[in-house]
Write a protein that binds this ligand. Structure first.
Ligand code: NDP
Length: 292
């Protein structure tokens, strides 16, 4: 089995981005800018935001971390979005989810200028992705497409089974791989919690993408020999042998499937690093449009 090494691939892409940023700077241009709005103190969100800011530093982006309290009002968060829409130093920004309960998330996302929506969550970007038009593809699906490209995995005519239909991972993934072109031209089945006899479907998958949030739910008996396995899940399971008291596992029983799959992503070190990197790729893309 070949490991789809998201960590190493992400490092390579970050180096490529850094070289581009250096050359822009040598031409006397400003550096690309990414901002992150985070509300409250969700530990997982804080860790994701730290990674994003660290990646900005690695590639030489200007970054801005706007951290507001859990009690922020709808009006105040919309004001922040409007300010970033107008800010010439910011090419892209994201609002880290989840947001506190009092906030209407859909309204906040709809207020983001679609040309700065590097998370690709704005309905205009989602819609253009579905129509096969130029758009920001949301970070996790974009990262998976990039991994597929870098490992030159064939998708044309393949049966892709996606487990999970969330708006941020499963559904866009199913749409993207069914589009014409590469990576795409696949026959896609999108499954979810109401799917009957999931195993009968996953056994048909040439490429299986799991985005569920249930530790190790895809077991070896659900996988066709030679399948490509992409594990999006990030789940904390108790582990008293670790200093922090838990370890991260995916939605796939990696050990079990490793004897059957042709390619597979590990967790951690697979899709996760590609997600952060694709945010950098989207920000660079927005920057190029703005300065050129
Ligand atoms: P959601 O909770 O939004 O969606 C989970 C999906 O799984 C739903 O569509 C649900 O179906 C489906 N599901 C639940 N149980 C089953 C089941 N028994 N059989 C089949 N389908 C089932 O999750 P996300 O998409 O946001 O995230 C999924 C996982 O990916 C999580 O572990 C998350 O932490 C991780 N993640 C990782 C990222 C990365 O960068 N690596 C980025 C984003 C997420 P239904 O719609 O019917 O409820």
């Amino acid at each position: 089995m070949i490991l789809l090494d998201g960590k190493a691939t992400a490092e390579t892409i970050l180096q490529e981005i850094k070289q581009e940023v250096d050359s822009f700077r040598q031409q006397g241009l400003r550096e690309p800018g990414l901002a992150v709005i985070m509300a409250g103190n969700n530990p997982a969100s804080a860790s994701y935001v730290r990674n994003k800011i660290r990646s900005c530093e690695k590639v030489g982006f200007h970054s801005q971390h706007i951290h507001v309290g859990e009690d922020i009002t709808q009006e105040a968060i919309l004001d922040l979005v409007h300010d970033l829409n107008q800010d010439d130093r910011i090419d892209g920004f994201i609002v880290q989810l989840p947001l506190p309960n009092q906030i209407n998330v859909d309204q906040v996302i709809a207020a983001i200028d679609p040309s700065k929506d590097v998370d690709g969550f704005h309905p205009m970007n989602m819609g253009n992705v579905s129509l096969g038009r130029e758009a920001f593809i949301s970070a996790t699906p974009n990262g998976i497409l990039e991994l597929i490209k870098r490992y030159e995995i064939e998708t044309s005519g393949k049966h892709v089974v996606v487990v999970g239909r969330s708006n941020i991972v499963g559904r866009p993934m199913s749409i993207l791989l069914s589009r014409s072109g590469y990576p795409g031209n696949a026959t896609v089945t999108l499954t979810h919690s109401r799917t009957q006899d999931l195993k009968a479907i996953t056994l048909q998958a040439d490429i299986l993408i799991a985005a569920v949030g249930r530790p190790n739910m895809i077991t070896a008996d659900m996988v066709k020999p030679g399948a490509v396995i992409i594990d999006v899940g990030i789940n904390r399971v108790e582990d008293s042998s670790r200093k922090r008291g838990y370890r991260l596992v995916g939605d796939v029983d990696f050990e079990g499937i490793s004897h059957k799959a042709s390619y597979a992503t590990p967790v951690p070190g697979g899709v996760g690093p590609m997600t952060v990197t694709s945010l950098m790729m989207n920000t660079l893309k927005s920057y190029k449009k703005r300065v050129q």
